[in-house]
Design a protein around this ligand. Structure first.
Ligand SMILES: NC(=O)c1ccc[n+]([C@@H]2O[C@H](COP(=O)([O-])OP(=O)(O)OC[C@H]3O[C@@H](n4cnc5c(N)ncnc54)[C@H](O)[C@@H]3O)[C@@H](O)[C@H]2O)c1
Length: 263
């Protein structure tokens, strides 16, 4: 569990929140942050073993979290996972839809060379999957006449990049989906926002030792700051957007990138 600087204990007291894509990286950090702030959290992930470990870590520090399996490429799986979450949480106050299939990102080449299977898979999970999650959680939020959805986008939606077109298209589409949800259901008490991270050096990336130092140095050189992004930097913003303090924030893309992209 993170230290005192992220301790907003009680801000999310007894809020029922699902984090989809929570086994590792940013989602895992978000589960821990939300629980630290008092929320009861469902950690949903295709890698349910990893989500279980996150839930156990939360429980070991006195928080409340449990894991469920979900594959957001599959509508039935999404419906079942959200039903399980709602049954155990007794309703729903918020959702962080964070999952992305990042296994294919290195094959996401350019518009001429793109393998259409990579393009389709990227959109299936990173965009269509988020629509499926939206459809599954919204009725429960509406039942409480108030709720918040936060999607994880990326600065890739706004930076013209010479590679990974499918990833950027999916994240741009996600920003558009978010604005639609904010606009359509804002009048019924729902907020929808995106958090758009720049490069975040996750604990799993660090542990893999696979990212060359030159790449990390290059990422840092783009940041007008002193360090790379950490998963907790993103979790802190998600927690704000899911809290009462974030109630008047709607339809926004929050760029959290240390200043690497200024808009
Ligand atoms: N790390 C970065 O530099 C960075 C930058 C910008 C945006 N993002 C975005 O942040 C989010 C989290 O990324 P991360 O870096 O923590 O990566 P990660 O791979 O650690 O986290 C992604 C999680 O989603 C899960 N997932 C993958 N496919 C799924 C599916 N079909 N159904 C359910 N769960 C699935 C994975 O098991 C994993 O737990 C992603 O949306 C990513 O695009 C990351």
């Amino acid at each position: 569990m993170k230290g005192r600087e992220n301790d907003m204990r009680g801000r999310l007291q007894d809020k029922a929140i699902i984090v989809v894509g929570s086994g590792t990286g940013i989602g895992a950090a978000t589960v821990k942050q939300l629980a630290l702030e008092g929320a009861h959290v469902c950690a949903a992930d295709i890698n349910v073993e990893a989500a279980n470990r996150v839930a156990e870590e939360v429980a070991a520090t006195g928080g409340r979290a449990f894991a469920v399996h979900v594959d957001i490429a599959d509508e039935t799986s999404v419906k079942e996972a959200v039903s399980l979450a709602v049954a155990q949480l007794g309703g729903l106050d918020g959702a962080h839809v964070n999952a992305a299939d990042l296994r294919v990102i290195f094959e996401d080449s350019d518009a001429l060379a793109e393998d259409l299977a990579v393009f389709d898979r990227t959109l299936q999970v990173n965009l269509r999957g988020h629509l499926l999650c939206t459809r599954a959680v919204l009725p429960h939020l509406l039942q409480r006449e108030q709720g918040a959805i936060v999607y994880t986008s990326s600065s890739a939606a706004d930076v013209g990049e010479s590679t990974r077109p499918a990833y950027a298209v999916a994240k741009s589409g996600l920003n558009a989906l978010m604005r639609h949800v904010a606009s359509r259901w804002g009048p019924e008490g729902i907020t929808a926002n995106c958090v758009a991270p720049g490069f975040v050096f996750t604990p799993e990336m660090r542990a893999s030792g696979q990212l060359p130092q030159e790449l990390l140095d290059g990422m840092l050189a783009r940041v007008p700051g002193t360090r790379l992004g950490q998963v907790e930097d993103i979790a802190a913003v998600v927690a704000l957007l899911l809290s009462e303090q974030g109630r008047w924030i709607n339809g926004q893309v929050y760029n959290v990138n240390g200043g690497a992209l200024m808009r």
